[in-house]
Design a protein around this ligand. Structure first.
Ligand code: SF4
Length: 191
């Protein structure tokens, strides 16, 4: 059975045709991995994780589960922490081995929305927010609001990816032409 990861979703949302080149034609990305979802994790990040109790308290978490590998009918992913909050909802928390520079990358948000979908499908509890912890900015905690529309966009993308891969569908190019300038497939793609 096809199992989609948050990286597939990120690539599809960048451009559906990217999915076709990589997973139907199986043309490898020749550059260094184009979408960096996870960064190298080093010892001092491990240390940062050990000092998280005060952050969880600030969030209002009543319990946490670390390194949870979750799947549903289409998606799979490993969530750094799943928090149960005092209002009965749940929230994913993801560590970033990165500095916070006043901007939350769309790729980070997409990952959090993927985890929210996985948590909802497995625990059947609402997920209304997620958290990022930037370990290279003194564990800066950033909250991301999650609405149903965010999760349904991920679901829709996952179904489209499945159709592209299982039915060899050639998808439309992104409408954002600027993306082609930096795309790893720009030399073989007729836009
Ligand atoms: S070159 Fe443009 S249209 Fe083609 S895969 Fe890349 S982003 Fe998509």
């Amino acid at each position: 059975m096809l199992s989609i990861t948050p990286s597939h979703i990120i690539e599809y949302l960048f451009c559906p045709r990217f999915t076709y080149f990589e997973y139907v034609l199986r043309i490898p990305q020749y550059e260094e991995k184009y979408f960096k979802v996870t960064q190298g994790r080093e010892l001092h990040e491990k240390k940062a994780r050990e000092n998280m109790a005060y952050l969880r308290k600030r969030i209002g978490a009543t319990s946490k589960q670390g390194n949870q590998y979750l799947t549903n009918d289409l998606l799979r992913g490993e969530v750094d922490e799943i928090l149960t909050l005092s209002d009965g909802s749940m929230a994913p928390l993801d560590f970033k081995f990165a500095k916070f520079n006043d901007k939350i990358y769309d790729t980070y948000k997409t990952q959090i929305y993927c985890y929210a979908w996985l948590i909802e499908s497995n625990y059947h509890l609402p997920v209304k927010k997620g958290y990022l912890v930037y370990t290279r900015s003194k564990n800066k905690l950033v909250e991301i609001k999650i609405e149903e529309t965010h999760i349904s966009r991920i679901e829709k993308a996952a179904f489209s990816i499945r159709d592209i891969i299982t039915q060899n569908k050639y998808p439309k190019a992104t409408k954002y032409k600027k993306r082609c300038l930096s795309c790893t497939y720009r030399n073989i793609c007729i836009q």
